[in-house]
Design a protein around this ligand. Structure first.
Ligand code: ADP
Length: 398
């Protein structure tokens, strides 16, 4: 069985074609500037086919999908003979609200429910819907599955997902913590259980997804019991450009003092804050490491804040679960930054965590970076959201 995994953004579309017999990625690629002009980078990963990296006209997502299918099946760049070899499509969908606690096969009622969730993710869900419709246009009745970023977090108890605002806002408007990165937290926690050789039902895991966007998740017995992102992906940890947790009074103060609108304020909190805002240097942790090593105090402060927040939130989840067996680092920073992992683990002495410096220096593999004697185990596990989407799709379409 071969499954096409699609992650559609408003002007971009990422894809992978995965052979489910071997779980090998046969080809992957990225369409960019959809609706502007259009560019496709397509990389075959099996056989000796060529990489395609050129402008292609993409007035809408339908032309983008058509270009992807054309490349996947072409003699020069392709990895399959025809579209018929693609058995199913798995779509990443950002928000499933309270309706979806699992992945589902897409039909008209599912499309309507995803549309109902647009107010919760006004930038993302419309793009995901556009991607699904474009696939239908081009691929006809190939079975399709939606995999939601929010679904894994639906097991949170009310005490974790409720905000302490008048209850009517929850009841009437769905205002609550939803959480994001669920597919990633699900993947790394189940992989962690495999690496530990224990059933996930017996483990308490804190999963730290640290990329441009970052979130932490408390996973007790394989189920999410709390997570740091909320109604939107703006809160929790300070991130590349997002502010993380913030006193709402600050918003009123800044808006009044500088006469700015709520839209401008939200733009500042989403795009100009986080480690970029504090450092004034960059949202990229490599640039911050570099600047800090040259004596830039604000870059060091931004890094210190990030590490402190990860440790603080992770610690609160140890309290929430009344213990922890393993801590996992994943995503861009979690997988690549030895120094960030070491700095964060430095806060976990009270858990009996000891880091093996040599293991912590390795890269690109699933690895335990704590010493064999470490009371709580610490892992680096490269995330693989596409594989989860493909596996769910396979399980659902059979
Ligand atoms: P996204 O949230 O966009 O999926 P990623 O998980 O790809 O993000 O993470 C991207 C971030 O990872 C970059 O902004 C960069 O800060 C960080 N990163 C990548 N490589 C390194 C590295 N070697 N050292 C420190 N940070 C890194």
């Amino acid at each position: 069985m071969k499954i096409l995994v699609i992650n559609a953004g408003s002007s971009s579309l990422k894809y992978q074609l995965i052979d489910m017999e071997t779980e090998q990625v046969m080809a992957k690629g990225l369409c960019e500037r959809i609706g502007i002009d259009g560019h496709l980078k397509h990389t075959p990963l099996v056989g000796d086919k060529k990489v395609f990296d050129e402008n292609v006209a993409m007035p809408t997502h339908s032309e983008a999908i058509a270009a992807v299918i054309e490349k996947l099946t072409s003699r020069e760049y392709g990895v399959v003979e025809s579209m018929k070899e693609i058995d199913a499509v798995g779509h990443r969908v950002v928000h499933g609200g309270e309706k979806f606690s699992q992945s589902v096969r897409i039909d008209d009622s599912v499309m309507a429910a995803i549309e109902e969730c647009i107010p919760f993710a006004p930038l993302h869900n419309p793009a995901n819907i556009t991607g699904i419709k474009a696939c239908r246009d081009v691929m006809g009745d190939v079975p399709m599955v939606a995999v939601f970023d929010t679904a894994f977090h639906q097991t949170m108890p009310g005490k974790a997902y409720m905000y302490a605002v008048p209850y009517e806002y929850y009841q009437n408007d769905g205002i609550r913590r939803y959480g994001f990165h669920g597919t990633s937290h699900r993947y790394v926690s189940s992989r962690c259980a495999e690496l530990m050789g224990k059933p996930i039902e017996e483990l308490k895991i804190v999963s730290c997804h640290m990329g441009n966007g970052s979130s932490i998740c408390a996973i007790d017995g394989g189920k999410c019991v709390d997570t740091s992102m909320g109604f939107t992906p703006l809160v929790g940890l300070p991130m590349g450009t997002r502010c993380g947790d913030l006193d709402a009074g600050v918003i009123q103060f800044i808006m009044n003092k500088y006469g700015i609108s709520i839209d401008e304020m939200l733009n500042i909190l989403n795009k100009k804050s986080g480690v970029l805002g504090v450092s004034g240097v960059s949202s990229d942790f490599r640039d911050l490491d570099d600047a800090a090593s040259k004596g830039n105090d604000r870059a060091q402060l931004a890094l210190d804040m990030f590490h402190y927040w990860v440790a603080k939130v992770a610690g609160s989840y140890v309290a929430a679960m009344n213990g922890v067996d393993a801590i996992v680092f994943t995503a861009g920073v979690g997988e690549n930054s030895k120094s960030s992992r070491a700095a964060i683990a430095g806060y976990f002495g009270y858990l009996g965590v000891e880091i093996d410096d040599e293991a912590n220096s390795k890269r690109g593999e699933d690895i335990m970076i704590s010493t064999p004697d470490s009371r709580v185990k610490v892992f680096v596990i490269p995330t693989n959201e596409e594989l989860v989407i493909a596996r769910d799709t396979k399980a659902i379409v059979g």
